[in-house]
Design a protein around this ligand. Structure first.
Ligand code: URA
Length: 191
């Protein structure tokens, strides 16, 4: 029987040459977190620091994400964090449609294994790729069920570096994830 695992997917990503990003990357960034995570965060793609370390959200945007998680009482070690594309787009440009399409099966396999209760989409690229919607604004504050998963969308933490007003909005959205999680568990238990 064919048994998939996060380690197997990470190994395939390491050897992946499906698109041009594999040529310019230093390290692929498959994502990190436990296979039984209840929450998955999906960003756009690795930046320079992520490319260097092979880990997601470890640069400036990652520092902000850590702060949002801490303030919401969510332990980073308990969530799975990944991106739409697993290799850094040069000069941090958004990944092309082709790059997103070629990389998407890795993300779909990660989600099928983890079966998270909530997926938080960080920014427009994740919203476009997973929900087929144009921007965060069009789905903001809505819990959307699609393909058996529950999605919540917020602005990308990097956007808050340039627009500090977004900080409190993203923080509120991430606090809300915890409440939605409790609500979903409660309604499923029927208790
Ligand atoms: N921005 C992203 O979208 N992902 C990362 O991992 C880091 C920055």
């Amino acid at each position: 029987m064919y048994l998939d695992s996060l380690a197997k997917i990470a190994e395939e990503i390491k050897n992946c040459k499906l698109c041009e990003l594999s040529k310019s990357r230093i390290n692929p960034v498959p994502g990190e977190g436990p296979e039984d995570a209840e929450i998955v965060f999906i960003g756009e793609g690795p930046g320079a620091e992520e490319d260097r370390q092979g880990k997601p959200f470890v640069g400036a945007a990652g520092k902000l994400l850590n702060e949002f998680l801490k303030n919401a009482g969510i332990q980073r070690a308990h969530v799975f964090i990944t991106n739409v594309v697993k290799c850094r787009p040069p000069r941090n440009r958004p990944p092309t449609d082709k790059e997103r399409d070629l990389c998407k099966p890795y993300l779909e396999r990660q989600l099928r294994l983890i079966k998270p209760k909530i997926i938080c989409l960080l920014g427009n690229t994740a919203v476009q790729t997973l929900l087929g919607k144009k921007s965060v604004s069009s789905v903001h504050k809505r819990l959307i069920e699609k393909n058996g998963f529950n999605f919540i969308s917020t602005y990308h933490p990097a956007a808050a570096i340039y627009n500090p007003k977004l900080k409190s909005i993203i923080q509120e959205d991430i606090v809300n994830i915890k409440m939605e999680l409790e609500r979903l568990k409660y309604s499923r238990d029927g208790t």
